[in-house]
Structure formats: C-alpha cells, structure tokens
Write a protein that binds this ligand. Structure first.
Ligand code: GLC
Ligand code: CA
Length: 543
C-alpha cells in the first residue's frame, strides 16, 4: 500500500472511480443462461427476459455490468470462441437487432455491457481463412501463420496446442497447399498473423463496429497471444516463443488508443500467464489494459496464507496505475463449490466465502453466472460430453425453476438442455433461493448491496491484518469519510478464534454487517472475542 493512502489530510481527494472500478461485473455464458425458444440452447432473448434478475427490480442481484461470452456466427467447435463472422450474431443466439435490443434494455437499467472479442484466431470457416487457404499466392495467405513442414516432415516447431494438456502440436497440415498453419487451440481455430498490419487494421474495424453500436467494454480473449516470435523458434524451458512476445504491448497500446477515442469504455484482458509480474505488465503502464484477469489467483490452494501472500505479491508489484481485478470462477474452470469442495460438504459454503473475498478486495470483482447460487459443477456422463477440453461441468445451464414443477429443463429451457442440469437443482435453483433469506442468492444480493453502499469497499485503501493461521483478514478504509470495514474469512472447516490484530489506535468494537452464514445475526461485536464458524466469512463495520 502506498504510504500516502493513510494520510487523508495531506492528500487531495482521490479521483472519482470509473464504472468498471466501482461495480460488480457478471459473466454470462449465453448458451447456458436462458433459452427463449425451446431449442435447449440459451440465447440473447433469454438474457433480455431475465434482466430483472440482474438489476432494476426489487429482488435483483444488483450487478453493474455484464460480460457476454461470444455470440457471433460460429461453427461452435469451441462454442463461439471460433468466430466465422465478427460482426453478426449466430442464428442460434438470435439476431443483431436482438443484440441492439438487449444493449438498449441493459442500458435502461444502468447495466453496462462488455462483449468478448476473440482477436487471436478465427474459425477455419471464416471467409478470411477460406481465402487464405485457397492457395499459396492468395492475397490473404499472410493473414494467418503458414509454414513449410520441418525438414523431417513434421510441424515447423515444438509449439503445443493449449488444449489437450500439451499433447498436441499447435500446427495443422493443409493437404491442398502442403503447408502447416498455426492453431494454438483446436485445428478449426487458425491463429491470425498479427505481424501483418492488414490483420491488425481489420480487427480494429471489428472493434469500431461494436464500439459504434454502443458496447461499454471488451473482454479480450487470450490477449497475451497477440504477439509471438516472428522467427517461430522453439519454446525453451525458461522462455516461451509462442506468446507474450514483447510486441504484444505496442499492439495492446494501439487497441487501448482506439478504445480511448470513445467515452467511458473499458478493456479487460485474459492474461493467462501464471506469473504476477508478467500479468501486471499488461496494466501497470496505464496505456494498455484497464484490467487483467489474474489466473494465478484461480490456481491457489484454499488456504488463508496462500490468498494473503498472493494478494500481497500483487499489491507490491502493482504501481499506482494498476487497478486489480479478481475472480475465482469462469467458463473455463471448475466451480469453487467443486474445486474447493473439501470434506463434509464445505463446497457451497466456500462459494460464499470466495464471493465475499472477490467482492470486498480492492479492485473489480467478476462473478460467473451461477456463482451467486453456489452451483457446483454438473456431472456430465461420457455420452453427453461436448467440449474439446473438458469444460462442460462448469458450463451447465442455470436452473431457474424447480424441476419438479418446471420439468427437466429447470426453467432454463422447455426443450432438452444442451448440457445436463446440475444435481440438486431442486434446492439450488433461483426459484428455491429467491425468497429464502438464508440462501446463497440472498447472501450474494446483500453482499453486492453492501459494496454498492460503501465507498470503502469500492475505492478504499486496503491493508492485510495479522490473524489466526486459517483466517485471512483485511481492512478497507475510505479516506474522506473515515469509513472502515474489516473482512475476516475462515478458510478452514473448523470453528476458529479469528485473533485479528487491529492497527494501533483502532476500536476493537464494531458492528457485524454481513456473514456468509445466515444464522449469524448482524449486530455489535467485539473483535477480541470474534470466533468464526467453519467456512465462515464476516464483514464488520468498525467504530
Ligand atoms: C479463452 C477462452 C476459452 C477458449 C479459448 C480459445 O481461453 O476463455 O473458452 O476456448 O480462449 O479461444
Ligand atoms: Ca435458444
């Protein structure tokens, strides 16, 4: 933490926060949110009809923005991350007119809309690629990364596909022209050649298309792959040549400059690099990404010390222009309730602790649809597996209603859902949780309302506190108003004395304003005697 954060009098008041700093961003995976026409697949109209759930009605969750995973035209080999037309909506999701309708309806409710931009690769059915593969002398040949086979006949180098655990080469052979093309993901997702300025210009046009339509931000898919070693040298043990190449930063800067021509827009990048220093380099200069998703955080063990250290490391590396972003669930990772299931059914309780952590840490919280319900991964029998990389379980549809009343589609669809509904939908569905004050959904609604209400949770400074081994605790303080909130999270499934040490001079008495455990009554507490239940997190207003 910067020393001057504590020194309110000497400092001018901090700059007002931007919308993407203040609020909570909710990720929607359109295929699995809500299906409006009974084909078993979620769509844009489904989202439109469920906006009350998100914001603007009495019992809304209260999110500030939505990030929509891809809805563009796509052969769906990677469920939309293989785009065949960047400027149209896939018929399975709806139409461009419906997108405009959704955007307008969201804006009416004060919901910002972030869309997913997939610039590293297209579908192999994209007209650009069809033209590129048509012949070695095609004018678009150089829009993709084509190379002759290695002298021995195999792929040009040792780069591996990100899917399949590193077993498969990142190269696909084209029989007609006898060359390989680079495919960092599936063979149906050829990598664009960002060394070619025509590619960059074409992708900038795509950005303008959506920014002109009024989207508020973009999530940039695998942004760290937008530059690779142009010499295509082999990856070495300490150095990868297939991603995070230095030229990536100037490319991101040009994207940012374009986005900055529009008012109040934001870019968040998927920087899937398991090194905080590298991650921070995409946000710290102030002219690249506004936010970067931190995957180190997603891979931590469920331990207070691991969280405390990693968050501390991030804070130390982050300069003043770095605004953090936090998430623990998305469409590519096992859900918290399953990933951190522990023993004795802690999973659901841990989702609440995780969400409390993400929403109260300094920075922008991202929550993934279903996290607010405490959903676990779905069980997907072998004959229903559809994803190329084992990610079906976390992508199961949202159960809106009790299967016993709404049928097997659980209110997600009147048809056959494209993926199985989670086990326990009867109890976990929105209908069952909405009016139950003890539910995870009710907890999430209170948590988001608290953040919206408390400047200290939005822009306040943050300092970690000493506490019991299993407890991660920190303070959020808003200079001007003197508002102080303490967060204490029990990462164990035992009852523990929190033993939080407050900084010199602070009152040990406060008011407990929220617990992850519905049974705990809000009210006055003394921190010296605070005991946390197994898998419990609390927020205490000090003073
Ligand atoms: C990102 C997306 C993932 C997709 C991949 C290839 O990692 O989050 O779902 O499969 O990029 O586009
Ligand atoms: Ca549908």
């Amino acid at each position: 933490m910067a020393p001057d954060d504590r020194d309110d009098e000497a400092c001018p008041p901090p700059a007002p926060l931007d919308w993407w700093q203040r609020g909570v961003i909710y990720q929607i995976y359109p295929r699995s949110f809500a299906d409006s026409n009974g084909d078993g697949i979620g769509d844009l109209r489904g989202i439109l009809t469920r906006l009350d759930y998100l914001r603007g009605a009495g019992d809304s969750l209260g999110v500030d923005a939505i990030w929509l995973s891809p809805f563009y035209r796509s052969p769906m080999v990677d469920f939309g991350y293989d785009v065949s037309d960047y400027t149209d909506v896939d018929p399975v999701f709806g139409t461009l007119a419906e997108f405009d309708e959704l955007l307008a309806a969201a804006h009416l409710r004060d919901i910002k809309v972030i869309i997913d931009w997939v610039p590293n690769h297209t579908s192999d059915q994209h007209p650009w690629f069809l033209e590129s593969r048509a012949g070695r002398d095609s004018p678009k040949r150089d829009w993709y990364v084509w190379r002759d086979p290695a002298p021995a006949g195999g792929p040009p180098n040792n780069w591996r596909s990100s899917f399949g655990g590193g077993a498969d080469p990142a190269w696909t052979f084209d029989d007609a022209t006898s060359q390989f093309y680079l495919t960092s993901f599936t063979p149906q997702q050829p990598d664009l050649n960002w060394d070619n300025p025509e590619v960059e210009a074409a992708m900038h046009d795509v950005l303008r298309f959506w920014l002109d339509r009024g989207v508020d931000g973009l999530r940039i898919d695998v942004v760290f792959k937008l530059a690779k070693d142009p010499q295509l040298r082999d990856n070495q043990p300490g150095r990868r040549h297939d991603q995070d190449w230095p030229a990536v930063h100037e490319r991101v800067r040009r994207i940012r400059a374009l986005v900055d021509e529009y008012e109040d827009r934001m870019i968040v990048g998927e920087v899937y690099l398991l090194d905080l220093q590298q991650l921070v380099s995409y946000v710290s200069s102030g002219d690249e990404l506004h936010l970067a998703h931190n995957f180190v955080f997603v891979h931590l063990p469920w331990r207070a010390s691991a969280m405390r250290e990693s968050i501390g490391d991030f804070e130390r590396l982050a300069g003043p222009s770095t605004w953090p972003a936090w998430f623990l669930e998305n469409h590519d990772h096992s859900r918290v309730a399953t990933r951190y299931a522990g023993s004795g059914g802690s999973g659901g309780r841990r989702t609440r602790v995780a969400t409390m952590l993400v929403v109260t840490l300094k920075g922008t919280p991202f929550i993934f649809q279903g996290e607010e319900l405490g959903l676990p991964d779905a069980e997907v029998p072998p004959d229903r597996v559809v994803d190329v990389d084992g990610r079906d379980p976390e992508r199961a549809p949202i159960p809106w209603r009790r299967p016993s009343s709404a049928g097997p589609g659980a209110g997600f669809t009147t048809g056959e859902p494209w993926l199985p509904i989670v086990a326990g939908a009867e109890r976990l569905c929105v209908e069952a949780q909405r009016d139950d004050p003890d539910s995870t959904l009710s907890f999430a609604r209170r948590l988001l309302a608290l953040r919206a209400d408390r400047p200290a949770l939005q822009g306040g400074s943050q300092r970690p506190l000493d506490a019991a081994t299993d407890v991660f605790s920190f303070l959020r303080e808003a200079g001007g108003r003197g508002e102080r909130l303490l967060v204490a999270l029990n990462f164990s499934s035992r009852r523990v004395r929190a033993r939080v040490t407050l900084p010199e001079g602070l009152e040990t008495r406060g008011t407990l304003v929220l617990s992850t455990h519905a049974a705990r009554e809000p009210g006055p507490i003394d921190l010296r005697t605070l005991t946390l239940d197994p898998d419990e997190g609390v927020i205490v207003l000090l003073g």
